[in-house]
Design a binder for this molecule. Sequence first.
Ligand code: MG
Length: 159
Amino acid sequence: MSFRIGQGYDVHRLIEGRRLVLGGEVIPFDRGLDGYSDADVLLHAPGDALLGAAGLGDLGSHFPPGDPRWENADSCDLLREIFLKVRDEGFRVVNCDLTLIAEAPKLAPYSSSIRRRLADLLEIEVDAVGLKATTNEKLGWIGRGEGMAATAVVLLKRK
Ligand code: MG
C-alpha cells in the first residue's frame, strides 16, 4: 500500500472590475481575484497539492501564465486536467482538505456546493472534502482585503 501526501498554497490579489470565483462558484462581491485564469485560489491550491503528491511539478509548469489557452480559463477545467494526469500515474485521491484565508465574503453559503464540485472533480465522496475559511484577524495584506490565500493538502493512494 502506497500513500502520498501533497500540499498547495496559492495567493491572488483582489481588484475591481473582476468577478469573484471561489471553488467554481461565482460569488457576489465588490471585487474579484486578479490572474491570468479565473484566479480561483480555492482550486489552484488543491491543484498544486495534487501535483506535489504525485511528483508532477507545479501548476505554473503545467499551465504557464501567458499561454492563451489558459486566459480567463475556468479553473475547474485546470483541476480536472491535473486530476486526470495524477490518475494516469496510477493514483486515486483519498481526501483533500482546504482552507481559505480571506477577510470577506462569508464562504458558508457556498460551502456545500463547493465541496460537491470538488468531490465530483476528484472522484471522491463529499465527506472526503474538507473546506474551512478563516479571516486573517485584520492583520497584514489579507487583513486589509488586498487579496486572498488558500492552502490545501491531499492524500493519494497508489491503485
Ligand atoms: Mg493561482
